[in-house]
Structures are given as structure tokens and as C-alpha cells.
Design a protein around this ligand. Structure first.
Ligand code: HEM
Length: 149
């Protein structure tokens, strides 16, 4: 634990929450773009526009926001008094966060397939995938705010 971080606790929290809002917005929206991308003809002008939107959303917003969420989350965890290292909520939260990072990685891989016109999945696959970050986000927020165990 780093005592010197205590005066910055509220700032770490504010920056953590700002970053996770940006990351989650992308995790919710990118699979929606994949749903619409499935509905257009590969290599058409519309498809090329979706490619640009998907690439910019992932590279310019989601990945930097994920890195900032992790960075400020780690700074928070290193601040004395924030984490009960024996409590179940903390490890359940971390499991949820790892799930979100895994979903981010899956989105990056699907984006590369759309980029090279190699997507083979139907739009219903992406509709269903859209629910995953919602459920994980609910788990993470309940763990950190309600702390049920
Ligand atoms: C490496 C990843 C992460 C780490 C190490 C981390 C760590 C932390 C820590 C130590 C706190 C302070 C707990 C407290 O004393 O209140 C916190 C707060 C919080 N975290 Fe994270 N977190 C991470 C990712 C996330 C993600 C992905 C989300 C959302 C999807 C999230 C949502 C929150 C929320 C809502 C709070 C409560 C802020 C408040 O008290 O107002 N965290 N996090």
C-alpha cells in the first residue's frame, strides 16, 4: 500500500469512472456496428465506412479507455483502505473485469475479420454477444458498490 496516494484517492476514482464509462460505451456499441455491418454487401461503400468506424472506435477510444481504466484501478487498489484483500467481492470484481478484457479481445479479433471481408458469423451472433458486456458490467458494479460478500 502506498500512503502517498491517499490525497489523490478522489482523483483516481474520478479518472477510473471516466475511463470505464468510455470503455463500456465502446464495448456496448462495437457489437451493434457488427450487427449493421452484417446487413451490407462486402466491399460496398457502406461496408468500407463501417470498417473505418469500427477501427476508429476500437483504436482511438476503446483500447486507450481500457488502459486508463486498468491504470487508475491499479492506482486505486494501491491506495490504503480501498480493497479488502480477504473479501469475495474484490475477486469477483476482478473476474468480471478479466471477462470484459476477454470480450474486448474477441471484439478486436472480429473487427479484423470484418476488415478483411472474412466475417462468417450471422448478425444474430453479434446481437447475442452484445449482452455479454451488459451482464459483466452489472456484476462488476454490484461487487464494488453493494459488496454483497
Ligand atoms: C484492472 C481493473 C480494475 C481495477 C484494479 C479496479 C480497482 C478498483 C478499486 C480499487 C476501486 C475502489 C474501491 C473503493 O474503495 O470504493 C474501484 C472502484 C470502482 N470500480 Fe474499478 N477496477 C478495475 C476495473 C473496473 C471496471 C472495468 C469497472 C466497470 C465496468 C469498474 C468499476 C468501478 C466502480 C463503479 C467503482 C466505484 C467508484 C466509486 O466508489 O464511486 N472498475 N475499482
Amino acid at each position: 500500500m502506498i500512503e502517498g496516494f491517499l490525497p489523490f484517492l478522489a482523483w483516481f476514482k474520478a479518472l477510473h469512472v471516466m475511463s470505464l464509462i468510455a470503455w463500456m460505451a465502446g464495448l456496448f456499441y462495437l457489437p451493434r456496428l457488427f450487427v449493421y455491418h452484417c446487413q451490407v454487401v462486402p466491399r460496398s461503400a457502406e461496408s468500407e465506412r463501417f470498417k473505418v468506424m469500427e477501427r476508429k472506435l476500437l483504436r482511438q477510444i476503446m483500447t486507450p479507455a481500457m488502459i486508463c481504466t486498468f491504470l487508475f484501478g491499479i492506482l486505486l487498489a494501491l491506495t490504503p483502505g480501498t480493497v479488502d484483500w480477504h473479501a469475495g467481492w474484490w475477486y469477483t470484481k476482478i473476474a468480471g473485469v478479466l471477462g470484459l478484457a476477454g470480450f474486448h479481445g474477441a471484439c478486436a479479433s472480429w473487427r479484423r475479420q470484418f476488415q478483411s471481408d472474412r466475417n462468417t458469423r450471422p448478425e444474430n451472433f453479434y446481437r447475442a454477444a452484445n449482452e455479454i458486456p451488459t451482464v459483466l458490467m452489472m456484476v462488476v458494479v454490484i461487487m464494488v458498490i453493494v459488496r454483497p460478500f
